[in-house]
Structure formats: structure tokens, C-alpha cells
Design a protein around this ligand. Sequence first.
Ligand code: FES
Length: 681
Amino acid sequence: MRTRCPRTREYLPMTNPLVFFAPSGKRGRFPEGTSVLEAARKLGVDLDSVCGGRGICGRCQIEVGEGKFPKLGIVSAPDNVTEWNAVEARYVSKRGPLQEGRRLGCQARVCNDVVIDVPPDSQVHRQVVRKSAAIRDIAIEPVVALHYVEVREPDMHDPSSDFRRLQEALEEQWQLKDVTAPLESLRLLQKALRDGKWSVTVAIRHKREIVGVWPGLHEQGVGLAVDIGSTTIAAHLCDLASGEVLASSGIMNPQIRFGEDVMSRVSYVMMNPGGDVELTNAVREAIGEIATAVTKEVGLISNDILEMTVVANPIMHHLFLGLDPTELGGAPFALTIDGAYQTRAAHLNLPLSSGAYVYVLPCIAGHVGADTAGVVLSEGPYLKPEVSLLVDVGTNAEIVLGNRERLLACSSPTGPAFEGGQISSGQRAAPGAIERVRIDPATLEPRFKVIGCDLWSDEPGFAEETASLGVTGICGSGIIEAIAEMLLAGLITPDGVVDGALAARSPRVEEDGRTFRYLIREGEPRISITQNDVRAIQLGKAALYAGVRLLMDHYGVATVDRITLAGAFGSHIDVKHAMILGLVPDCELDKVGSAGNAAGTGARIALLNSSARKEIEEVVRKIEKIETAIEPSFQAHFVGAMAIPHKSDPFPHLEAELGITFKRGGDGETGRGGRERRRRG
Ligand code: FES
């Protein structure tokens, strides 16, 4: 828009048009004819491009603002940039129409003051919105980015290597200096250049190293985030530019055949020469299979994977990297390495892209692994003022407590009871396992739900629906609910004794040698909760609670503001029943939740955001590690926590929610108001 001199009314000499970018708010003046992409680059505006402005990748789409913007002094209109051109027409003819009002930023050239909107999908550093409001979105900050380049053909008069000319092209077209390439990428270069008629797409890691080469334009870079659990291995295939999860898969960890839990696998390594290699090969082969399966699902191959991130507990971490886990089998549980580690996928015999890297998140301590680091990265307690408690329940509970001031971590030996081990009818969470239990306090009759069927056992159709599944046992979440419900119904005392006096009231209370058991299901198999089962759960939950209290003591707090249960098991536990059992301390119930596979989400964040890697490395370095085995107060906390929910710790929020008062000190009673106590009395 031309302006007149307010005094003489003569036209002033034209200044360069002003370009204002939203939402960044960056602005600057550029000569007429500057492309929007060029202007964006000069101002550092986040506008994506793979093809470098050749009108073929479609990543640079923008919208031209329309209307008056008085604060900016701009009247913006679609014709303040050049007209739709032949390159855009060609793009649309090949790739389909652009969204209404969109232009290719590399083709639209500025011819007057203009407001340019950069939509989220055209930003490199976009946000991947996560469903829960309590957790932050994932910001994309690519570790690996794709760059399309046109490379000079070789010339007899100016001899230089293919790689030299590629380096020149990258510097000229992308301002990337001194890019390097491993041998694996160089091996692909000659053919790719010739197949692509001297144009190639290269995947460049950290703006330095070529980790993938394709002839012509290659538009999608993918990475794999892997969570190696003792039981299952889960993987998410992600688009590195958009953050979208393209495919996910989980398989059983094949190391199970060498031992059910991690300690038995360490024993296997100690007893069998070469056992460590067997275990390492088993887990790497399984990851190779997952990589093949998830890429196949979306029409790619595992060689298309440019980057992989891994979270795992310390023993899985060591076995995956091929490090001897023997030291982790006993005190002082020294890790070979605790910091984050990255190495070439080829060194780990993984069938990924020729130059791909594997980044393993840092371990926190000998019993608190990279999986917990993943949970910390995903949940971000170090960013919040509130004191959060993160618990990953397994054979070893990994516990983190704190906020942006301080974070502390420990692990506590909960034993296998929560995974169904050492429980008379216990089993892993699998179809047919009882996962929910309710007990009527008046009749002492139970009802339950099994995995794989939505009906409760007292609903019509349950028998038919479970006929093929069977009711095969009770899994961890089922046991937690069963024991919590038994307490509420008065079937067990706060000390955890199955009350034999109730045999007179219900045939479900059965004599079992010198103790009693409670029958949940008649049939084959008979499923009951024995005195020993209750004891095993008490020992496990007391260990976990004692670990939590130890961290609370060290931090100097008597309560926590938020509790997050992580891990596969954590996501299945009913938080109210977990608290009734005394697995975790009292807290407002709506601030207690499960984070699902938070460790896997942490791996995904580290895959998509290079700063997040530095962030978690620094946070983990600062976490104060508490060793429960040498803490004198652990034992006292453990003893107090054997009672259900606890010998002396208050549970005001839980009591208010349930409308009951827990009885303490082993007087054998917990009741709903006074009504229940009178009835039993
Ligand atoms: S930058 Fe690739 S189409 Fe514009």
C-alpha cells in the first residue's frame, strides 16, 4: 500500500512490503518478489520444508490473512501475494487440492504488506496434543530431518566426489555445513544420486550426520519408540515430523523362557556361560520382528526407521545393550552405565536404516531404570509446584516423589504377588483372569468381572459369555480389589487376619488348616483368597508404602498432592481400592490416576524432541537416589504399613469418600459408620 506525505500529499517512495507472521508475531520488510518461505526463514519463523522451495513437498502451506489489521497498519488480502502459479497447479494436479485458502509458501511471493498465517501442520515445532489435561503436550523438535537436494553432476573438468558435491549442495541449499556420513550411508549414495537423476533426499541427524539416503523426493521419516518390559515389549512407530503414531505393537518378551522375572534371568546368566548373549539376542531379535511388523502395517520396511529410542528397567537395559547384568543381581547394584547412551542400530544388529541410531534413556539407579526416566519425562513432575508421587508397580516398585524443587527416587522389593505370583489362584493379567471384585457386606456374597468379558458374574449371560474364556484365576488388580473389599465387608481384620468367626454367617468362609479362606468362585478351578494370599499382598504393599514414606520423610512432607500409578499394572488398578488396601498414601481421589504406559510415552517424547533428551538427562542427574536397604527407618515404616490400610497413618480423603472410619490398632473392625460394626457384633 503506497503512503502519501501528510504535508505535501505526495506519494512517498515505496518501502519494502511488511510481512507479519502469525502465530509467532515475527515481522520484517522484504523486497517485493520475496517468497513467503524465504521471508519466514530470514525471520526464523517456524515454516516447514523438505524440498527446499521447489513446490513438490507441500510442507510449506500458509494462509494469507484477509482484512484490516490496524495495530500493524496492514490491510491484508489474498492478492497481496503473487497469483497462483504453474508450480502450485502442478502440485495440486499430482497431490490433490490444498485446503481452502491455502498457498504454497515457497511459491507465493510478497507484493504488498501482508499477514501470513502458518497453520500448525506446517510448523516443524508443532505440538502433539495429548488427551489428558494433567500432562503436557509433546512438542516436536526433530532429531532427524529430511532434506531434498539437487546435486551437481560429475564433470571431467571439475573432478570432485559425489559426497563432496552433496556436501556443497547441502550447504548451498540448506545452509548445512560439514555434514558427515557413515560408511553405511555412503554405500547408498552413488546409486541414489543416479537413480534420482542427481536429486536425493537425505535424512540428517542433529544437522550433522546423514542417516538415510533416497533417490528423488522422500517425504516421510519414521522412528520407533520401544519400551522393553520384563514381560512385554511394546513399540510405537511414529512420523518424526508430525509426531503421529502410525502403528503400535506389543509382543511377549521372549526372554521369559529363560526366567519369569528379571532376577531369574540374572541367575540364568550367572549359571550358564554365554547365557547373557542368548538373552541379548532374544530381545534384539524380538525388537527386529516388531520393527518389521509395524512398518509393514503402514506399507514401509524396517530399513525406513531412522531413529529408535528405548526405555527399560536396568536389567532389560543392560541385556538389550549387551552389558553383563550380573552386578545388578546383588548389592550394591552397580550399573555399568547410568547416563543416556546412543549407538548405531547396526552395532546392535537391528534391521533399521543403514545409518540409524538407537538412543537409550538414562537409568536413575541400580533398581530404578530408564523406564522410570521415561515416566518422569512423560509426567513432568519436575515442572510442577505440586508434590507428585509416581509409582510403577512390579516385582520391584519404582518410586519417584517431588516437584520442581527436588525429586527423589527409590525402589522397593514388592515381590511377585501383584503379578499373581505366590498367590494360590494368582495369574498374570490375561483373558479369563478375575480383575474386578465386589463383596456385599450384608450377605458376604462376591461378584466379579474377568478380563475379556464386560459383564459382572451376577449378570444374565455371564456364564455363556465366559464359556470359551473360562475363569482361570485372579490377577493383581483382582487381588487388590478382593482384599480391599474383604476389609470393607469385615471378612479380614485390619491386621489382615481372615475372620473365621464369619464362617457361621457365610459358607464362603472356609477352614483352611489352622486359618481360613474366602471363596470367590466355586467351580473348576475353585478361586479363593487364602490367609497366605493376604499375607503375601500385605508384604508387597507394605514394602511399597514404606518406600513411599521414606521418600516423603526425606522430602519433608506428610502428604502428597498427586499420585500417578504407571505401568501396565498401574493402569488396571482401581485407585480407590489401591488406597483402601494402603498401597499408596491418602490423597484427594480425583488427584490419583493412572498414566497408562507412561514409560512408552517418555520414549516417544525422546524420539520426537531433541531438547527433551537433554532435559531428562539433566533431571535424572539431579534426582536424589535413596537406597531403601540401608535406611534405618524403612523397617519401622514397613511394620506400620502391614496393617490395612495402615496402622496409624490417616486417610481422611478416602474415609470421606467412602463414608467410613477405618479402625486402627488391630481391634479387628472397620465399618461403614457404626452400622456395620453393630451388625457384626
Ligand atoms: S517447500 Fe516444498 S512445496 Fe514449498
